[in-house]
Design a protein around this ligand. Structure first.
Ligand code: NAD
Length: 351
């Protein structure tokens, strides 16, 4: 297969972790007889510096013309520490999601057998966890009307959803549940929020189209608690943008490190694969960040092209590296911490 992939490294550790995902993807392509063309483009602070805006049109065109996008992370302390900055890297992320129509963020959460005891949660609670969050990504409070009133003394953000936005992500949730254990949990706050009541009502009306799927409805505060108590009771969870943002970071604790969690952001057409972590500026340029989240995001990309063996080859080699202790400092225990680039080289060599 010939694949044309847009490569958006972004800021901070983005370029370092992306380099490792490219090495591993190229090794997989070589082994299975595929050809990948990588088209690099700027985003985030790097794009602001070069082009004055965080998601330039040129970058958008490269993404639109690609079969998929592999993305690192954006964000820079220069902007984080300047609340008055008019142009910010994160605006590029929101613009990219909106312009590419990436309305669903797919975030699997699973445990790695060799790392179970590294989680702050007890082994018996997390063993066997294998759940997927579908977080709505282009609506809700992050995109709603916001502003200041009363000379800046009052601030507001609004959470707005249209029924069609809920339907399209719920459809993805039902379809995913059908491919897995046929269990779907709709996470909302329908006891308080009108937007949540729309979510619940919409999902309820869709239940009849998927009679085999067992649907549960839970309040977000209860899920926040149960997620760390009994994570293996969940399978597919759908939720709105803000709740999903918070719950998926919480869920990363189950796996043991932010540096391990991959994700896919998908729409009707476009597909983008990205680690769930940010640009981790403290580690930028030090060759110490964990590249596995990005490498596993590349595995999700292969899977979505129906290249299942290729995806599995990546997951197998990642598991092997963890078992053999070829890990970066966030996972090193009484042993040697390997550099980001060393982990990438090892993975590519062992594919
Ligand atoms: N999708 C994105 O691009 C994205 C997401 C979140 C945050 N951000 C941006 O990233 C910047 C830093 O934000 P933050 O510190 O809140 O989040 P972060 O994810 O960058 O880092 C939080 C912590 O997680 C750990 N971590 C993250 N990635 C790791 C990796 N690959 N290997 C090992 N440990 C890792 C580190 O302990 C780090 O201190 C900010 O500018 C923020 O806006 C971007």
């Amino acid at each position: 297969m010939k694949l044309n992939i847009a490569l958006l490294a972004g800021d901070g550790i983005g370029p370092e972790v992306i380099d490792q995902a490219v090495k591993v993807s190229n090794a997989v392509a070589f082994k299975f007889g595929h050809e990948i063309t990588w088209n690099t483009a700027l985003t985030g602070a790097a794009a602001i510096d070069a082009a004055g805006e965080p998601y330039p049109d040129e970058t958008h065109q490269i993404c639109v013309n690609a079969d998929a996008v592999l993305f690192g992370a954006i964000g820079h302390p220069r902007f984080d520490n300047d609340p008055s900055a008019k142009v910010r890297p994160e605006q590029g992320l929101l613009k990219m999601r909106q312009k590419l129509g990436l309305f669903a963020n797919v975030r699997p959460t699973f445990t790695f057998p060799s790392l179970i005891d590294r989680s702050p949660l007890k082994r018996e609670r997390i063993e066997g966890t294998n759940l997927v969050f579908l977080r709505e990504l282009t609506g809700g409070i992050y995109f709603g009307k916001r502003g200041r009133l009363n000379n800046g003394e009052t601030a507001f953000d609004t959470c707005t959803y249209h029924r069609s936005e809920v339907q399209r992500i719920a459809k993805k949730g039902f379809e995913l549940a059908m491919k897995r254990s046929k269990r779907l949990c709709c996470v909302d706050k329908a006891n308080v929020l009108e937007s949540s009541r729309l979510w619940r009502e919409t999902v309820q009306t869709m239940e009849k189209d998927y009679p085999e799927v067992e649907v549960s409805y839970e309040f977000v505060d209860a899920v926040a608690m149960r997620l760390v108590q009994w994570p293996n009771e969940y399978d597919v969870l759908i939720t709105e943008n803000l709740f999903g943002d918070i719950l998926t970071d919480e869920a990363s604790v189950i796996s043991g490190s932010m540096g391990l969690m991959p994700s896919a952001s998908v729409g009707e057409k476009a597909k983008l694969y990205e680690p769930i972590h940010g640009s981790y500026p403290q580690a930028a340029g030090k060759d110490i960040a964990n590249p596995l989240a990005t490498v596993l995001s590349a595995a999700m990309m292969f899977e979505d092209f129906d290249l299942t063996d290729e995806a599995q080859a990546i997951r197998n080699v990642v598991n092997k590296s963890l078992t053999e202790g070829i890990v970066t400092e966030d996972l090193a225990q009484n042993g040697k911490a390997h550099k980001t680039s060393e982990v990438g080289d090892w993975l590519a060599l062992h594919i």
